[in-house]
Design a protein around this ligand. Structure first.
Ligand SMILES: Cc1ncc(COP(=O)(O)O)c(C=O)c1O
Length: 375
């Protein structure tokens, strides 16, 4: 849908005439724009959308239509993207720890491309998913990334050759190396160092007769959560990546990536309303109809901070924002500069399409998460 009203704030007003808040607006034009940017600046990298960021069916169907591939973390996610039109050959099962049941299901559904990071997993994959094509995920620098992923995943790089050889000896097809520099990575060096380590694994692999040909550069691509964020842009980051991919790898090496936040984060706008107000601790306190148990769950699980905006204008006062539940953890901010508001006024947040609704609790205290409107 086109926003004829001119500007996001008019769109929000229009939406509130027809729908009850809280509302998670997912803007299709922005999804398309993010995908297009990715393809434009990293034309040699095939994207596998990490659906954990936002599994909304319309989001997935949009990416199916655009020809994206998909990163799934479980058999349930796998079945779900297949049911929405993805092909088994366009899926990577990119959780390095998979249950036997999930592996059996992957085998049944002909999803044969996956990551691993330890020897014991290889035995499991070989047993339940014989012939799988596997990438060894290595531990890489996550310096400065908002969400550290190398704390839990990734083999030491010096184990990669051993593990890939082991995969081969078990009848699997070792194709290459995967890494993740941490989510919301604003430090290009993490990618550059990871590519360097990966290229030395590729060099060594030739000496031991392994023919590696795939590098999975993971996710991590950053977005702006605040209007004045001035970290590296995707475009500049991509130009560095292109340079090192070209310099460090032979021409026939294939690159793939697993973007989550970058594809869907900027498309999301969360629209909430004030349901109560008071004056406490020398500031205005506003209670909203959405909180950390629902669509602001990214404040906990994604370590994310958001820019809260209102439709009100005028002098600003020190304010606190809290969610609707009976828990003080459900406090969104104690330190916002906001115009005076009353019950019914709108507080909205942009760039909140990733790791928000996805991790919302369905009904804590009886409060439902926002309805998603795909527009
Ligand atoms: C294996 C894997 N791939 C991709 C992603 C998506 O990362 P991002 O949203 O930073 O692009 C994640 C995020 O946790 C992940 O764990």
């Amino acid at each position: 849908m086109k926003n004829k009203g001119g500007g996001l704030e008019n769109l929000i007003r229009d939406m509130l005439k027809k729908h009850k808040s809280p509302i998670m607006l997912i803007r299709k034009d922005i999804l398309l724009g993010q995908f297009e940017q990715f393809r434009r600046y990293l034309p040699n990298v095939r994207p596998y959308y990490a659906i954990k960021a936002n599994p909304n069916p319309d989001v997935i169907k949009t990416f199916v239509k655009l020809g994206s591939c998909f990163d799934v973390a479980s058999a349930a996610e796998m079945d779900y993207v297949l049911s929405l039109g993805a092909s088994p050959g366009d899926i990577i099962f990119a959780n390095t720890i998979k249950s036997a049941e999930d592996l059996e299901q992957a085998h049944k559904k002909k999803v044969k491309f996956m990551t691993f990071d330890n020897e014991s997993e290889l035995y499991k994959i070989a047993r339940y998913c014989p012939n799988a094509r596997v990438l060894c995920r290595i531990k890489v620098d996550n310096v400065g990334s908002t969400v550290e992923l190398s704390l839990k995943f990734g083999a030491d790089a010096d184990q990669a050759i051993f593990l890939l050889k082991k995969a081969k000896s078990l009848g699997l097809r070792p194709l290459g190396v995967a890494f993740h520099v941490g989510s919301q990575c604003v430090n290009v060096k993490n990618y550059v160092n990871a590519l360097k380590v990966t290229s030395s694994i590729f060099e060594e692999s030739k000496r031991v007769g392994l023919h590696l040909k795939v590098v999975d550069i993971g996710g991590g691509f950053p977005i702006r959560h605040f209007d004045d964020d001035n970290h590296v842009t995707f475009r500049d980051m991509a130009s560095q990546l292109r340079k090192y991919m070209k310099k460090l790898f032979e021409k026939d090496v294939e690159f793939i990536a697993e973007p989550g936040r970058f594809f869907v984060g900027p498309a999301g706008v969360l629209v909430t309303q004030v349901i109560g107000r008071t004056f406490r601790n020398n500031k205005n306190y506003y209670y909203l109809n959405d909180g950390v148990y629902a669509d602001f769950s990214g404040m906990i699980f994604d370590h994310c901070r958001y820019e809260f905006k209102t439709l009100r204008r005028g002098q600003k006062f020190l304010s606190a924002l809290a969610g609707p539940t009976c828990d003080s953890l459900d406090t969104l901010s104690l330190n916002e500069d906001l115009p005076e508001m009353d019950v019914g006024n709108v507080v909205y947040v942009k760039n909140i399409g990733a790791y928000s609704s996805a991790s919302a609790v369905p009904n804590f205290n009886g409060f439902k998460p926002a309805q998603t409107l795909f527009i």
